[in-house]
Design a protein around this ligand. Structure first.
Ligand code: FBP
Length: 265
């Protein structure tokens, strides 16, 4: 099994994953702040920035990405992370579930994926089913020697709200989700930022050195965003998986330059 630090999705041990699966997860509404972001090739171009160590795409865009690279002679595009599962906001379900649309075999053999991504909703009524799917994904990833990133988002009927937190942002819940990544064999976990550095320390304490990346969340100012990233990296976080804070900016280069310094230097 290749250590994740020997794969193209890390640099100096850290990662910046440019996530662009929002058309699946949220729908075109996420492209409204910057209409050109609905064009995948615009975001593929953004991914050529040196700071980006992987671009996370659903199967259809992953196919488009590989053909775009070929037609345009691009050889410096971001390594490809294929997100195997996803769900739309349109479905009515009894609880959270993210079905799988792509196999590890297809991702690696047909799309030449450098990494695999899978969303886990621990706490949902469908947790058992997702654990079984993740087991197959993880074992197939080992067979092909590609790293697995778990989008670890505990949510659903098992997650209680309390006076202080809205369930998903409770640091105990985030830390538990991160720990599941370690227990179930992920190489990296992507977690919601609970909101403070102390709370992220709690996440780090739970994972015993497993790579962690912070989920970007909704768009905020450059300074507020950088501050969140700095505060996680300072206590052991390994970077960022970010979508809206990059692709909703008309010119994200300055922010990517800053992120490159914060995450890799
Ligand atoms: P953002 O940086 O835009 O939050 O993207 C990260 C991400 O995990 C995406 O991969 C995914 O589409 C989205 O967040 C899911 O967000 P949520 O399910 O919390 O609305």
């Amino acid at each position: 099994m290749k250590p994740i630090d020997d794969t193209p999705i890390t640099r100096n041990g850290n990662s910046l994953i440019l996530a662009y699966d929002h058309g699946t997860e949220h729908g075109p509404v996420d492209f409204e702040p910057l209409p050109k972001s609905a064009d995948p090739t615009h975001v593929f171009e953004v991914g050529r920035h040196d700071a980006v160590t992987a671009i996370a795409l659903q199967k259809g865009n992953a196919e488009y990405y590989r053909s775009w690279e070929q037609t345009h002679g691009v050889d410096d595009g971001a390594p490809l992370l294929v997100k195997l599962n996803g769900n739309s906001n349109l479905a009515k379900r009894d609880d959270y579930y993210s079905p799988k649309q792509c196999s590890v075999q297809y991702a690696v053999e047909e799309l030449d994926a450098d990494a695999i991504g899978y969303t886990m909703y621990a706490g949902s009524l469908h947790e058992d089913e997702m654990w079984k799917e993740f087991r197959d994904v993880q074992e197939a990833s080992r067979k092909y020697d590609v790293p697995v990133v778990m989008w670890s988002y505990p949510r659903g009927k098992g997650i209680q709200e309390n006076d202080d937190y809205t369930g998903q942002e409770d640091p105990d819940v985030v830390a538990y989700g991160a720990r599941l990544g370690l227990e179930l064999g992920a190489d990296m976990v992507k977690c919601k930022y609970p909101g403070t550095q102390e709370e992220w320390e709690q996440v780090e304490a739970a994972v015993s050195g497993l790579k962690t990346v912070m989920s970007g969340g909704s768009k905020r100012s450059d300074e507020a965003f950088l501050e969140d990233v700095r505060s996680t990296v300072a206590v052991g976080g390994n970077g960022l998986a970010v979508g809206r804070n990059i692709f909703q900016r008309d010119d994200p280069v300055a922010l990517l330059d800053e992120l490159e310094t914060v995450i890799f230097e």
